[in-house]
Design a protein around this ligand. Structure first.
Ligand SMILES: Cc1cc2nc3c(=O)[nH]c(=O)nc-3n(C[C@H](O)[C@H](O)[C@H](O)COP(=O)(O)OP(=O)(O)OC[C@H]3O[C@@H](n4cnc5c(N)ncnc54)[C@H](O)[C@@H]3O)c2cc1C
Length: 477
């Protein structure tokens, strides 16, 4: 029997469908739309860009904690068509090209996680989620730029002047979006770290001349450690292309969605002679500045039901393994919690339950991702020497280079195992059993019925309801 997660049976459907308006149709917005439709709520997504422009062309790593969610949602066949399965990581020195060994994911460990580790592009994942969300009955409007949010009235205004309201507003409009500043009460753009990630693609016909062919066939992830610089690269598009992310100094602010403008050889200075010629063959890169943000105490507006998810709630360093996974987990958990909705009065407490479930998880994972970037880009010195010597020693013994190392590396490795093994939907189910259901019982025991609870204001969402096409075709498990 397969160890991969295949929770069978349709998901629990709400007995009280409500309307959700999702601001931002990125990965978080689309995942949340699909997940909410699966449990029976009505969803409208507003995306300011066109459908072609809202997607990126760089690589995305899909760790097991993410793929298992997509499997639960019945998307495994579609995912297997678009993404490659990876088992191996290869490490080298950026400046010299010296091989530092490899790490093959332990089959037992991956089995425990009940997912698989996969590689694709943002565009591949976006297309998969878009198609599934639309066929589940979510409505998605492109070229719909939200210019103001009134959480008290549960209403947004589009650039065209159109106003739309719903029972719950979901802010999925990213690190620089309006939702984040609406909840915080000021902009929340963070501070520059001085590092940027440069995202590009190279055709594999150029790469195979430089890289070990068997590694290429095995869909390995290459990582090159440099002093203040690093490269992460892996095959995508059925190995036709190599997705490459270069971490290095940031000399000009940029973000995802910007026009690709950077010539790779200009930034990959000091790269070893073997690989530097390859950079001339790379497409122009998108520069994404890495910013540091303080954790938000609240993801929910004080004025009304506006909740932040994805990058709007917890901006991650770009290109990291878990950035995309956390956005999908957010959507899965929000929907799982709201599958139990039976009355309007529960909306606020369910939003806070979502926040409580997600904040500790995303905080610790984000800290770990910053740690990974730090680990890859260690400046030359004692720490970098120890890291490399330890890996060389493990490689000489023929063992996995990340396992069994001391200190921080070992801790990092343990953290990765825990993060991969996490099942966010199980956590949401546990919340219901341990807290949600008990709270409902306590309310009933104390004779606090819906009539005695504070009322949710009556809203006019007729405009939304008339425009939402609801088809009961939730994805099969
Ligand atoms: C164009 C693009 C390309 C990307 N490419 C990659 C990649 O190649 N590799 C990678 O690892 N990560 C990529 N990312 C980042 C990745 O999507 C995130 O790290 C993560 O998956 C979570 O994203 P999110 O949906 O929370 O936020 P985002 O991905 O930032 O999506 C937010 C969405 O909200 C929309 N939006 C913003 N303001 C408004 C508004 N006022 N009204 C309506 N809509 C609004 C934006 O246009 C965007 O589509 C990309 C992001 C974008 C936007």
């Amino acid at each position: 029997m397969s160890a991969e997660s295949t929770k069978s049976g349709p998901p629990l459907k709400t007995s009280h469908p409500i309307t959700f308006l999702i601001i931002g149709g990125g990965i978080a917005g689309l995942s949340t739309a699909l997940a909410l439709r699966r449990v029976g709520h009505y969803v409208l997504v507003l995306e300011r860009k066109s459908r072609d422009v809202a997607r990126g062309h760089g690589g995305v790593r899909l760790p097991p904690n993410l793929t298992k969610i997509l499997f639960h949602w019945g998307l495994k066949p579609a995912l297997m068509q678009r993404a490659l399965v990876t088992h191996t990581m290869l490490f080298m020195r950026y400046e010299s090209g010296e091989d530092l060994g490899e790490h093959v994911w332990d089959k037992g460990m991956l089995k425990e996680t009940r997912g698989i580790y996969m590689l694709c592009t943002h565009d591949d994942l976006y297309g998969l989620l878009y198609e599934a969300a639309v066929s589940s009955g979510a409505q998605i409007r492109y070229d719909a730029n939200v210019v103001s949010i009134n959480s008290e009235e549960r209403e947004v205004t589009l650039q065209s002047g159109e106003k739309i309201n719903a029972d719950v507003l979901v802010g999925a409009d990213g690190e620089f979006g309006l939702s984040r500043s609406t909840v915080i009460g000021q902009d929340g753009f963070g501070t520059p770290t001085g590092l940027a990630m440069y995202d590009t693609i190279i055709s594999s016909e150029h790469v195979t001349k430089h890289a070990n062919a068997s590694t290429w066939k095995d869909h390995g992830i290459f990582t090159a450690f440099g002093s203040g610089r690093a490269i992460v690269a892996y095959p995508v598009h059925g190995t036709d292309d190599l997705a490459m992310q270069f971490y290095g100094p940031d000399d000009n602010e940029g973000q995802y969605g910007d026009e690709p403008s950077v010539d790779m050889p200009e930034v990959t200075v000091q790269l070893c002679d073997h690989f530097q010629p390859l950079m001339k063959l790379a497409r122009k890169a998108v520069r994404v500045s890495i910013r540091d943000h303080s954790d938000l105490d609240e993801w929910i507006s004080d004025d009304g039901p506006l909740v932040l998810i994805g990058e709007a709630a917890h901006p991650f360093p770009p290109g990291t393994i878990q950035a995309t996974a956390m956005a999908v987990e957010d959507g899965a958990v929000l929907a799982r919690v709201f599958s139990h909705l039976s009355e309007d009065r529960q909306i606020d407490s369910f939003l806070y339950a979502f926040q409580e479930l997600r904040q500790p998880r995303t905080r610790s994972v984000r800290a770990g991702e910053f740690g990974n970037i730090f680990f890859m880009t260690l400046e030359d010195g004692e720490d970098a020497r120890q890291r490399d010597d330890s890996m060389r020693a493990m490689a000489a013994k023929g063992t996995n280079v990340l396992e069994g190392l001391g200190g921080d590396v070992s801790r990092l490795w343990d953290e990765i195992r825990t993060i991969f093994g996490y099942d966010c939907e199980d956590e949401a189910d546990d919340w219901w059993v341990q807290w949600g259901m008990l709270r409902e019982r306590a309310l009933k025991r104390n004779n606090v019925d819906a009539g005695q609870m504070p009322a949710t204001p009556l809203l006019d969402f007729s405009s939304l309801m008339s425009s939402v096409q609801v088809t009961e075709t939730a994805q099969e498990e």
